[in-house]
Design a protein around this ligand. Structure first.
Ligand code: P53
Length: 475
């Protein structure tokens, strides 16, 4: 690599409570929206069930049992050399139904123990407040985030944990990948971001805009409040950035890409600038959407802008309006469809591998907001082969290495202010999209398969030693 990263650069690893902890009903925890999602498979969607139905395979119920094994895992994180570990607090451990006044003390105690153990090992926790773990009851009783009552429940939850852990956690993020729901057309995302399911005849797009805006208001209130609890807090948003390129230099393709990107930037535009962008207001007007926001809420948006932009980066996409190229139609731009990019390869799950797209994203986002950036997810989901206790995951090392090289160029050549890098699934975990165990991201292998069988034993993959060395060389 051209240059070393700065000494205070945060090297870490990332996960989310529901994908690692298991212990889904331990110590007073309530059912979360992740607990009613069955295992899917590569190309087969997960089912969202009405409550927990006995006999179904719910992979998040046990996950990798981090809840009981976190000490052993943190010892490995320390050996790896991590400075930070990103995970989430499972909202349903703290407020089992989501609408209680009093928190569940046993849930709070678990995160005290976890953060203490991390800090004792020299690892700083980086915490997401809502990573697809909304209490299920908030769906059943209120219909999810389209209901403004959820703003207050979220703020109460955030105030509780930010107060409790104010001396243990400095870096926070509000809603994980809040923009993944953007077009309102994908059940998995409107479920996991907003705890919403739609009835026939409902306008998915309009309700998703309302839910998203409610989350942005909740986030802004939490940023404002968090800065009062501890002025040292760094509170960010969390975006999924999948840059969508124009397939060709046809001007219509370029416009399509701008419009598709605006739909995703809508969220970080509000998080970072504190106002609703005009392109969104015009769109709502044109569609006749009634999106509600009070004066107090408008004020909260202004006062609660984020300190940094946290984001995930896995892949890029492409759109075209050219009739001769076939692809999947989208709703964001008339006549546009998503198509394969012939210049890049894809993973077994069809995710297009594009390291340069990371540098592009870092540039575009930094220019757009002029705020520090934090790559809080990046990684390669792949089938691993375990042979004689070893996993030779050269493809994963290759993916990460190429992305880190582009990140290096963004920092040293382009001057982007980047806080750190926490690759996703530092330890194998339950895939979010398909619920599989065998879509693996980890540098630490976990012995468990898609049927839920295995000893849960942890083993270091080749990528473990590679990342350990990379961190050492940059400190
Ligand atoms: P899985 C799509 C695009 C970018 C990120 O995903 C995404 C998704 C969802 O499919 O999700 C994030 O496990 C998410 C994590 C998730 C990870 O990426 O489907 O924040 O919870 O596990 C990887 O391979």
């Amino acid at each position: 690599m051209a240059n070393k990263f700065p000494k205070d650069f945060l090297w870490g690893g990332a996960a989310a409570a529901h994908q690692i902890e298991g212990a889904w009903n331990a110590d007073g925890k309530g059912i979360s929206i992740a607990d009613v999602m069955t295992a899917g498979a590569n190309g087969i969607a997960r089912e969202i069930t009405k409550g927990v139905i006995p006999g179904k395979n719910y992979p998040n119920h046990e996950a990798i049992d981090f809840y009981h094994r976190y000490k052993e895992d943190i010892a490995l994180f320390k050996e790896l050399g991590l400075n930070v570990f990103r995970t989430s607090i499972n909202w349903a451990r703290i407020f089992p139904n989501g609408d209680e006044e009093e928190p569940n003390e046993a849930g709070l105690q678990f995160y005290d123990n976890l953060f203490d153990e991390l800090l004792r090992n020299g690892i700083e926790p980086v915490i997401t407040l809502s990573h697809f773990e909304i209490p299920y009851h908030l769906h059943e009783a209120y219909g999810g985030f389209k209901n403004k009552k959820l703003i207050d429940f979220f703020v109460h939850y955030a105030e509780t944990v930010m107060t409790r852990y104010q001396k243990k956690v400095k870096y926070w993020m509000t809603f994980n990948e809040i923009n993944n729901q953007a077009d309102g057309q994908h059940e998995l995302h409107t479920w996991t971001n907003s705890a919403m399911l739609f009835q026939a005849g409902e306008n998915k797009e309009e309700l998703t805009f309302q839910a998203g805006l409610n989350e942005l208001i909740a986030s802004a209130k939490v940023v404002r409040l968090g800065h009062k609890i501890n002025p040292e807090f760094q509170i960010g948003c969390m975006m999924a950035y999948v840059p969508v390129y124009p397939y060709s230099c046809n001007p219509e393709d370029l416009m399509a890409s701008v419009k598709v990107m605006d739909r995703r930037f809508f969220y970080s535009d509000i998080h970072a600038r504190g106002v609703i962008p005009t392109y969104a207001k015009k769109y709502w007007e044109e569609k006749g959407y009634q999106i509600e926001i009070t004066e107090d809420e408008t004020q909260a948006l202004k006062e609660g802008t984020v300190d940094y932009i946290g984001f995930s980066y896995y892949m890029s996409g492409a759109v075209t309006t050219l009739p001769e190229i076939s692809g999947e139609n989208i709703t964001d731009f008339p006549g546009a469809k998503v198509v394969r990019n012939p210049y890049v390869q894809a993973s077994d799950w069809g995710w297009q591998i594009d390291p340069v797209g990371l540098r592009y994203t870092l540039n575009v986002v930094y220019e757009r907001y002029n705020l520090p950036l934090f790559i809080v997810e990046n990684g390669f989901g792949a089938y691993d082969r375990l042979e004689d206790g070893q996993v030779h995951d050269t493809y994963r090392i290759d993916y990460l290495q190429k992305h880190i090289e582009q990140m290096n160029l963004a920092v040293h050549v382009d001057g982007v202010d980047l806080l750190g890098y926490t690759p996703w699934g530092i330890i194998d975990l339950v895939s979010f999209g398909s619920g599989e165990m065998e879509k693996r991201y980890g540098m630490i292998y976990v012995d468990k398969d898609n049927e839920g069988k295995g000893s849960l034993v942890r083993l270091k993959k080749d990528s473990f030693a590679w990342y350990q060395k990379l961190i050492q060389e940059n400190q």
